[in-house]
Write a protein that binds this ligand. Structure first.
Ligand SMILES: Nc1ncnc2c1ncn2[C@@H]1O[C@H](COP(=O)(O)OP(=O)(O)OP(=O)(O)O)[C@@H](O)[C@H]1O
Ligand SMILES: [Mg+2]
Length: 276
């Protein structure tokens, strides 16, 4: 059990009508690793996360967390220890920062929402512990000072960090981050990089989707490249960066040429080559 990879996706395929969004994509994440997932717009990166987390039921393939096959239901997947953030931020805008983290924490509490009606001592203790943990996590991501703000009032970069705190509140063994630095300035991006290292240092394994390849190559232990639903290359940042297929398909060309390749690959559906 202890030697099992933190996360293992085996030949995952996802077909939408006539579109094969993923074709036999496999990925292995060792414990304590940070793995990057890159590829042009429409390559299937978010779809892959949706298949891992039970939001989509893959057409075929298997997903194992710590050697155990994951259930197909998103809530059960979270309880099993796989947490994620979303490319399009999904917070509760009219709740405070602290409340948003508590939502994640409730996944780990024995009392269901109904027990709050009873307000017994066990409930009170549970709530206190949950608040304490939520505050620790806000401190960890650097948002303590705004715990009582409504989340909709936070700047974009802070909302992304709040999503990470909420995901961490579920006590995951593996964290999936879908474009965590989209919309961030260079300072925020660097802070996000350091935050992901610190998350890894707590023992959580991480998969990161990003368009910013410099960010990925300086953050990740291994990188997987998806193009049109196919796994193009997998390897260390050095191997991937130097692979002629990646250079050809994705990197190392002038911006206009990269854009042209991206548009060709995504059948003209690209909205832009980068995630901001
Ligand atoms: N629910 C769905 N129904 C039909 N097609 C879908 C669905 N979800 C994704 N797709 C299609 O699957 C393909 C992959 O999309 P996906 O969002 O996974 O790409 P991506 O690599 O995350 O792109 P981006 O970098 O732009 O976020 C696209 O062609 C997309 O239109
Ligand atoms: Mg995406």
């Amino acid at each position: 059990m202890s030697s099992a990879p933190a996360l293992q996706a085996r030949e995952v395929s996802m077909v939408f009508g006539g579109l094969r969004a993923l074709n036999n994509v496999s990925l292995e994440l060792a414990k304590g690793q940070i793995v990057g997932l890159i590829g042009p717009n429409g390559a299937g990166k978010t779809t892959f996360f949706n298949c891992l987390t039970g939001l989509y039921t893959p057409t075929s393939g298997q997903v194992l967390l710590g050697g155990t096959q994951l259930p197909g239901d998103p809530a059960e997947v979270t309880t099993a220890g796989l947490a994620r953030t979303f490319q399009n931020i999904r917070l509760f805008p009219s709740m405070t920062v602290l409340e948003n983290v508590l939502i994640g924490r409730h996944v780990r509490m024995k009392q269901g929402p109904l027990s709050s009606l009873l307000h017994g001592p066990a409930f009170q203790r549970g709530e206190r512990a949950a608040r304490e943990r939520a505050r620790e996590l806000l401190d960890f991501v650097g948002l303590s000072r705004v715990e009582d703000e409504l989340s909709r009032n936070l700047p974009y970069g802070d909302q992304r960090r709040l999503e990470i705190a909420r995901a961490l509140a579920t006590d995951p063994s593996v964290l999936l981050l879908d474009e965590p630095t989209a919309g961030m300035n260079p300072q925020e991006t660097e802070a996000a990089r350091q935050l992901i290292f610190r998350i890894r240092d707590t023992g959580i394994s991480v998969v990161v989707i990003e368009h910013d390849t410099k960010f990925i190559f300086t953050l990740c232990d291994r990188v997987t490249v998806l193009v049109q639903g196919e796994l193009l290359v997998e390897g260390t940042p050095e191997e991937v960066r130097g692979d002629p297929r990646v250079v050809e398909a994705y990197l190392g060309k002038p911006p206009e040429e990269v854009q042209a390749v991206v548009e060709e690959i995504t059948h003209g559906s690209a909205e832009g080559a980068s995630g901001e």
